[in-house]
Structures are given as C-alpha cells and as structure tokens.
Design a protein around this ligand. Structure first.
Ligand code: AMP
Length: 218
C-alpha cells in the first residue's frame, strides 16, 4: 500500500507516519527529513537546499522528485510507503505518478489532515526533539517527564528545527496554501482522498487513519 499524508506544516504528518511505521511496518519517506540529512552531511543537494529551507520556501521539484525516486529504488516492491511532505506541487504530483508507475506501484490513499492554521503556529514553534533518538516533544503539550532528560533514551541534548520560528512557519503555510493545497483535486478526481480532523487528539487521529487503511484492506 502506498499513501500520501497531506497537510500544512505542523499538521502531524510526521507523528502519524512514524506510528504507521511502528504499527504496520510501512516505510516513511519524508522529503523534509531527507533534505535535513543532506544539509547536515553537506552533500551537493544539501548545500543547494539549506538557504531555501531556512526561508521556508520550496526546494526545486527536480531535487525532491530525484530523492524520492532514489529512495524507492532501494526498496522491495511489496513494502508499503508513506509519502510525508511530498508531493508539494502539481509538478511533483505528476512526477510521483511516473515514479510509481515505473516501479509497478499504485497510489492507494491520500489522507488530508485538516487543521486550524493559527493553532499550528503554536504547535510548531513549541516543538523540539531529542538529539540522540529523535523522540518528539513540545513546550506545552508534551514535556519530558524529568527536566532535560529524554523519556525514551535518557539523552540530555535536545534540538529545534531552524525553520520552526513564527516568520518561517507563516511562509511555509503560505507555500502550502498556494502550491500544495491545489494538488488535492488531482487525487479527488481519482476518489482516493480521505479527510481526517488533524486538530483531534493524536491517538484519535491514528485511529481515524487506521480505519481508512483497514477499510481498503477488508
Ligand atoms: P518539512 O519537514 O516537510 O516541513 O520540510 C521542511 C522544508 O524542506 C520545507 O519547508 C521545504 O523547504 C523543504 N521541502 C521538504 N519537502 C519538500 C518538497 N516535497 N518540495 C519542496 N521542498 C520541500
């Protein structure tokens, strides 16, 4: 099964994708994560993407579709994939069709996480992760149980994304509205879009997504 999780920054795509990885053995392909890794490793792609990402703008379609194609090449055909943060433009949506068709894959679901934008700014600007294991936290909604200590691995170092500040978040949301939301009709025409209330409790969102996926399995 191949699915797209769609929604503005902070909608919970990453959280829900990692739960699908844990619960269903699917693989999460997050272009944001792959680009951040490229920036960290200072690869040619990372060097090109760094400033664009820091400004909250979109990296070129060519680059992101290239990394998605490469990631899929290393994967068994029966492994289910969650596309998280890709596609983000009409050109990427068309590229994804070709990328999947070339590899004998089909797109089964597009799940849109419906959210209130103003609440998202608070969600995003408060988030941080453990520098060792990547566990996600939030200043208000999910603090560590013991101060400055990761609940999962006991690490003491935490990090915040450089693009999680209010100004950049507003740009990222504007990019979503202008370039990403318009790709929904492509998938609506194929009857594969489901909407989930992304403002609901995280566990409820997980159940709602599961119900959609199981409906197709049944
Ligand atoms: P994310 O982690 O999905 O919020 O992505 C972080 C940043 O990486 C975005 O603000 C963009 O600059 C870049 N990015 C991630 N995915 C894409 C994509 N599919 N197309 C263009 N830029 C992307």
């Amino acid at each position: 099964m191949n699915i797209i999780l769609l929604g503005p920054p902070g909608a919970g795509k990453g959280t829900q994708a990692s739960r699908l990885v844990d619960n269903r053995g699917m693989v999460q392909l997050s272009t944001g994560d792959m680009l951040r890794a490229a920036v960290k490793a200072q690869t040619p792609i990372g060097l090109k993407a760094k400033a664009v990402m820091e400004a909250g703008e979109l990296v070129s379609d060519e680059i992101v579709s290239g990394i998605i194609g490469e990631a899929l090449d290393g994967m068994a055909a029966e492994t289910g994939v969650i596309f998280d943060g890709y596609p983000r433009t009409q050109a990427q949506a068309h590229s994804l069709d070709t990328i999947l068709a070339d590899r004998g894959r089909t797109l089964d679901h597009v799940i849109e996480l419906d959210v209130d934008e103003d609440a998202l700014v608070e969600r995003i600007t408060g988030r941080f992760t453990c520098a060792s294991c990547g566990e996600g936290y939030h200043d208000m909604f999910k603090t560590t149980k013991v101060a400055d200590t990761c609940d999962k691995c006991g690490g003491h170092e935490f990090k915040r994304r450089p693009d999680d500040n209010e100004e950049t978040v507003r740009t990222r949301m504007a990019e979503y509205r202008a370039k990403t939301a318009p790709i929904l009709p492509i998938y609506e025409a194929r009857n594969i879009v489901s909407r989930v209330d992304g403002m609901a409790d995280m566990d409820e969102v997980t159940v709602a997504i599961s119900t959609i996926l199981d409906g197709a399995d049944a």
